[in-house]
Design a protein. Structure first.
Length: 512
């Protein structure tokens, strides 16, 4: 939906210039792919991985430590429980996963921003979790709540982002036990796009549900999904009580969870692609099966966060061929289970938004599009292996997400796209700049960057010889300057403010 600021219009060229310069709050609809997914594994390979995953679950098992309630659910479902170890009979986890929906709608407070997750759709969400931020002026520093608010505003203003995300950076100036309240409040009030809930403690997940009850109404929340939140598995094969407690809260309340192994190949999984895919599948099946034991039909996403390791330094690496192989394979496994798929993002290991960052990010983003990802967390802003949220890289990545939208459209083959009339009109030796077909289509024919510089050298030099980071800094400033807060019912805003204030006052500050 386009919500353009109203401005006075003159005639002719002045009107067109005014229209081009008007502040725009347009958000593109989530991507609907018209291109095929890239499938790297044949049926025999997929069946081997599925069989081996069943062997892991049955013979080795998974751990659910400090969680007697989960152990009892598994025991009642037919699993063998010894201490914290759960061994799941062959086929049981896959059977339990069948009650999870193949797609679902996440509702936003602005219904025009609703997203459908699953099928051939791709929903893009920003970076999640870094404790540090970086910009060209201030360098690398611990994130604050002011930084968090700016990222939410940038996400709201970014045309190609469909989702506001969750912990776009970790505001370290707010107590650990209370910052989730401020972060959720920011997503709910500074944007009207969909958002994620808190998972760092079960009570914080419940706060997320309670705040959504205020924003959407309790009955609506119970009948509809208004949050998609990230539940990480402690690979290898450990489901800690904090994450599982948050998952339980969300599943009980019909809210979606991404069940995502956190894999660094060679450290938390085997160094081989096939071995890693086997472990990923086993972990995901166990996590999704558990969500369905909590509540049949609870919406979930098959997650795969995968990177490899530099065997010299031990540091994670990004944009590598092995990560692509695993992501493509995981997409096939998710589709065979008829589940939405989460993976990929603007991954890079670079310390700056430089050439390394661009190469690795481009590899990761295109891999995500071609692997059939349905929900892409970290789609913009990621730097330094996920330790840093970068303002400049946020807008650089967000701009490039437009290219994914256009690539996903595929090739049009209608009569206008065939362009025979244009070819007849121009004939041999002519040019197409002034022909009728070009005049009718030039505005929408090609994707256009809102950031990159395509000007002649002399113009670029006269304008200060700015590199991409400098252009991105200027765009950050412009977007934040143009930001207009979306309207909200004053009574709802007052109720949210009161809830946050009451919860903060209920316990002392803790930074641990």
């Amino acid at each position: 939906m386009a919500e353009s600021a109203r401005r006075g219009r003159g005639g002719g060229g002045a009107a067109r210039r005014a229209e081009r310069s008007a502040v725009s709050f347009e958000t593109a609809k989530y991507i609907e792919r018209n291109i095929p997914n890239f499938e790297i594994l044949n049926d025999e390979s997929l069946e081997i991985i599925e069989r081996n995953a069943d062997i892991i679950l049955e013979e080795i098992g998974v751990n659910f430590p400090d969680n007697p309630e989960a152990l009892e659910l598994w025991r009642a479902a037919g699993a063998t429980v010894t201490g914290d170890r759960v061994r799941i009979p062959r086929g049981l986890a896959r059977e339990l996963c069948k009650t999870a929906p193949s797609e679902y709608t996440q509702h936003a407070r602005n219904p025009d921003r609703n997203v459908v997750i699953g099928g051939r759709n791709l929903v893009l969400a920003p970076v999640y979790g870094p404790p540090f931020v970086r910009d060209a002026a201030g360098g690398r520093r611990y994130a604050t709540m002011d930084d968090f608010n700016k990222f939410v505003k940038l996400g709201y203003m970014s045309k190609w982002l469909h989702h506001s995300g969750g912990t776009v950076c970790e505001p370290t100036d707010v107590p650990v036990n209370k910052r989730h309240l401020d972060m959720l409040h920011a997503h709910m009030t500074l944007s009207d796009k969909p958002f994620m809930g808190s998972v760092t403690e079960p009570s914080r997940a419940q706060d997320s549900v309670d705040m959504c009850n205020i924003l959407f109404g309790a009955d609506f929340v119970q009948q509809n999904t208004v949050m998609t939140s990230l539940i990480n598995i402690n690979s290898p094969m450990t489901f800690d009580d904090v994450m599982m407690g948050a998952l339980k809260v969300f599943a009980e309340n019909n809210q979606a969870a991404i069940i995502s192994p956190f894999i660094v190949g060679g450290a938390m999984a085997p160094v081989s692609v096939a071995g890693t895919l086997t472990q990923v599948l086993a972990e995901v099946m166990a996590g999704i099966a558990y969500s369905q034991l909590v509540r049949k039909g609870a919406p979930v996403i098959f997650g795969a966060f995968v990177t490899s390791i530099d065997m010299n330094s031990g540091a994670p690496t990004f944009g590598t061929p092995e990560a692509s192989h695993i992501t493509y394979g995981a997409g096939q496994l998710a589709r065979r289970m008829k589940l939405p798929f989460r993976s990929a993002g603007s991954f890079c290991g670079s310390k700056l938004p430089d050439a390394q960052a661009a190469y690795e990010t481009a590899n990761s983003l295109n891999m995500g599009l071609l692997s059939g990802v349905n929900f892409m967390l970290h789609a913009c802003g990621w730097l330094e292996g996920g330790l840093v949220s970068s303002f400049e890289k946020f807008v650089m990545d967000a701009d490039q997400l437009g290219a994914l939208h256009h690539l996903a459209q595929g090739i049009q083959m209608d009569e206008d796209a065939q362009a025979l009339d244009a070819i007849r009109e121009v004939g041999p030796g002519g040019h197409y700049l002034g022909c009728a077909h070009t005049q009718a289509n030039f505005k929408s024919a090609f994707w256009k960057s809102d950031l990159l510089d395509y000007k002649p050298f002399e113009t670029w030099q006269d304008e200060g010889s700015r590199d991409t980071q400098a252009l991105a800094s200027a765009r950050v400033e412009k977007l934040l300057g143009d930001y207009v807060q979306p309207p909200m019912d004053p009574a709802i805003r007052e109720a949210l403010d009161a809830f946050v204030a009451e919860r903060k006052a209920a316990e002392p500050d803790s930074f641990m």
